[in-house]
Design a protein around this ligand. Structure first.
Ligand code: SF4
Ligand code: SF4
Length: 92
């Protein structure tokens, strides 16, 4: 069974601590080379498409700033033809 995940990071509120980068089992998060308005270098998804993101939500759980939203598409089991209906896993 294959589940696809997707994350959205609020880069302006990210402090660039890098914890999410270290916990992602798929290596799907990197630290940006561009700073945000607060002067931090924020985390960002490691380039689209996030094909390997499982939606495990480890990144959102570890984030001390609670700026990561995780969406998981439970309907990708049968392939992309299934109705795309992402589900918000965690919204702290
Ligand atoms: S949800 Fe899991 S796989 Fe996806 S970016 Fe976060 S830690 Fe990585
Ligand atoms: S854990 Fe949160 S604050 Fe730290 S780099 Fe990742 S998104 Fe930014």
């Amino acid at each position: 069974m294959k589940m696809l995940g997707k994350i959205i990071i609020d880069t302006e509120r990210c402090k660039g601590c890098g914890l999410c980068v270290t916990v992602c089992p798929k290596g799907r998060i990197i630290i940006s080379k561009r700073s945000n308005k607060s002067g931090y270098f924020p985390a960002e998804p490691a380039g689209p498409p996030m094909a390997d993101c499982t939606g495990c939500a480890m990144c959102a759980i570890i984030c001390p700033e609670a700026v990561i939203e995780v969406y998981r598409d439970e309907n990708t089991v049968g392939g992309p033809s299934k109705k795309d209906r992402p589900i918000l896993v965690k919204d702290k």
